[in-house]
Design a protein around this ligand. Structure first.
Ligand SMILES: [Mg+2]
Length: 382
C-alpha cells in the first residue's frame, strides 16, 4: 500500500498585469498557497488553495489556509493510504470545519497523485471528460470604461474572449449601470456582457440595478446582494428576466441545496475552492443540475495549477450553459506552469493528464516565493 509520507506548503505572491478593481478590494498581487504531497512510492501530487482580496472577500486568507493545512490537516493524513481520497476527504471534514479552500488545496494534490499513479487525467476519476475545450470569459475590472472597452475590443479581435464580466458595485448604482451600458454598446452583439457585484448592493440598490442592467442588454448579474440575503436573491431571481447567479452564497453542497430550496438563483457559479474541493464541487453541480439551474465554472483567480484542476472536473459536466471564467493565469504577470494552459478561439483547452496535468516551473516558484527559508525547488519537484 502506498502511503502519504509528507505534506509541504508554500505561499507565492504574483503581481497581476493591471489593477483588478473589485467592489471590496483592488488587487495588484495574487497570493497562492501551493501544496505538495509526497507518497511512499516516490510519486507526488500538487495542489493550490487561493482566494481573492485577503480577508475582504471571504473567511479564508492565504496565511490561514497555510496554517490550516500544516497544523490541522497534514498531521491527520500522514501514514494513510494514498489511494483512499474519499477516506481522506471524510477525515479532513471531521478534523476541520469550514476552511474549504485549504481542504481543496490538499484534495487536489491527492487527486493529482492518484491520477499520476494510475496514468490517467483526474477527469477520468470523475467518469471521463466530455469536452476538449470550454468557453472562457474575461473580467473587465480596470475601473475605467474607456480602458475596459479597449481591452474588450482587443480580446474580441484576437479571438481570446467574447464573454465579459464587469466588476461593479463600488460606485453609485446609476454610474455603474451607465458604465455597463457603454461597454455593451461598444461591443454590441459581438460579445456577451455580464456583471459581478460581489455582494455590494442592498436589495433596494439591486432593484434599480437589475432593471437598468437588463435594459442595457446585460445578460447576467452575479451575487448582487450579501450571501445571507436569500430572500432578496429570490425576489430578484423572480422579478427580472436577467439571470441571477449565486457565487458568495454557494459554499458547498449544503448551501447549494438551500439556494435551490429558496429559489434564490437562476445560475450556480461553481468554484472548486469555495465548494471545498473537486468532490464537493461535483456535488454542488449535481444539485444545480437536479434543480434545472444553469451552471458556470467560476474562479478564485487561481494560478494555472488550480485552474487545470477545475478544468479536470468541469470537462466532465455535460452542460455548462454559462461557460467558465477560468482565466486566472492570464491575469498574472507570469505563469507558474512549465506547460501553460492553451487559450484560443474564445475557449480554454482541457489539459491531458496524467493527474491534473500541471507541471510547475521551478524558477518561477523560486522567484515568487514569499518565504525564502524553504527550498522552493524542492516543492516544484526539482
Ligand atoms: Mg463572483
Amino acid at each position: 500500500m502506498t502511503k502519504i509520507d509528507q505534506i509541504e506548503t508554500l505561499i507565492l505572491d504574483i503581481p497581476t498585469i493591471r489593477g483588478h478593481v473589485l467592489s471590496m478590494a483592488t488587487m495588484r498581487t495574487q497570493t497562492a498557497v501551493l501544496v505538495r504531497v509526497k507518497f511512499s512510492d516516490g510519486s507526488e501530487g500538487i495542489g493550490e488553495g487561493t482566494t481573492i482580496g485577503g480577508l475582504s472577500y471571504g473567511p479564508e486568507s492565504p496565511e490561514g489556509i497555510q496554517s490550516a493545512i500544516e497544523t490541522y490537516i497534514a498531521p491527520g493524513l500522514l501514514g494513510r493510504n494514498s489511494d483512499d481520497v474519499n477516506g481522506a476527504i471524510q477525515l479532513i471534514d471531521k478534523l476541520v470545519k469550514g476552511n474549504r479552500i485549504a481542504k481543496t488545496a490538499v484534495e487536489i494534490a491527492l487527486w493529482d497523485g492518484l491520477g499520476k499513479r494510475l496514468g490517467v487525467p483526474v477527469s477520468q476519476l470523475f467518469g471521463g471528460a466530455v469536452h476538449e475545450r470550454l468557453p472562457v470569459a474575461w473580467t473587465l475590472a480596470s475601473g475605467n470604461s474607456e480602458t475596459d472597452i479597449a481591452e474588450a475590443q482587443q480580446m474580441i479581435e484576437t479571438r481570446r474572449h467574447n464573454v465579459f464580466k464587469l466588476k461593479i458595485g463600488k460606485r453609485a448604482v446609476r454610474d455603474d449601470v451607465a458604465h455597463v451600458a457603454r461597454i455593451k454598446e461598444a461591443v454590441g452583439d459581438a460579445a456577451s456582457v455580464r456583471v459581478d457585484i460581489n455582494t455590494a448592493w442592498s436589495l433596494q440598490d439591486a432593484r434599480w440595478g437589475l432593471r437598468g442592467l437588463q435594459e442595457a442588454g446585460c445578460e447576467l448579474v452575479e451575487q448582487p446582494v450579501p450571501a445571507r440575503y436569500r430572500r432578496a436573491m429570490a425576489e430578484l431571481t423572480r422579478s427580472y428576466e436577467i439571470a441571477v447567479m449565486a457565487d458568495e452564497a454557494l459554499n458547498g453542497p449544503e448551501d447549494a441545496l438551500e439556494v435551490v430550496t429558496a429559489q434564490a438563483a437562476d445560475v450556480f457559479a461553481v468554484k472548486i475552492g469555495q465548494s471545498g474541493g473537486l468532490k464537493r464541487a461535483s456535488e454542488v453541480i449535481a444539485i444545480g443540475q437536479a434543480a434545472g439551474l444553469g451552471l458556470y465554472g467560476g474562479t478564485m483567480l487561481e494560478t494555472g495549477l488550480s485552474t487545470v484542476a477545475a478544468l479536470q472536473l468541469f470537462s466532465t459536466v455535460d452542460d455548462l450553459a454559462w461557460g467558465t471564467e477560468l482565466f486566472g493565469p492570464l491575469l498574472l504577470t507570469e505563469d507558474i506552469l512549465a506547460n501553460p494552459i492553451v487559450y484560443r478561439d474564445f475557449c480554454v483547452e482541457i489539459p491531458h493528464g496524467p493527474g491534473i496535468g500541471a507541471t510547475l516551473d521551478p524558477d518561477k516558484i523560486d522567484f515568487f516565493r514569499r518565504d525564502g527559508r524553504r527550498s522552493m525547488k524542492a516543492v516544484a519537484g526539482e
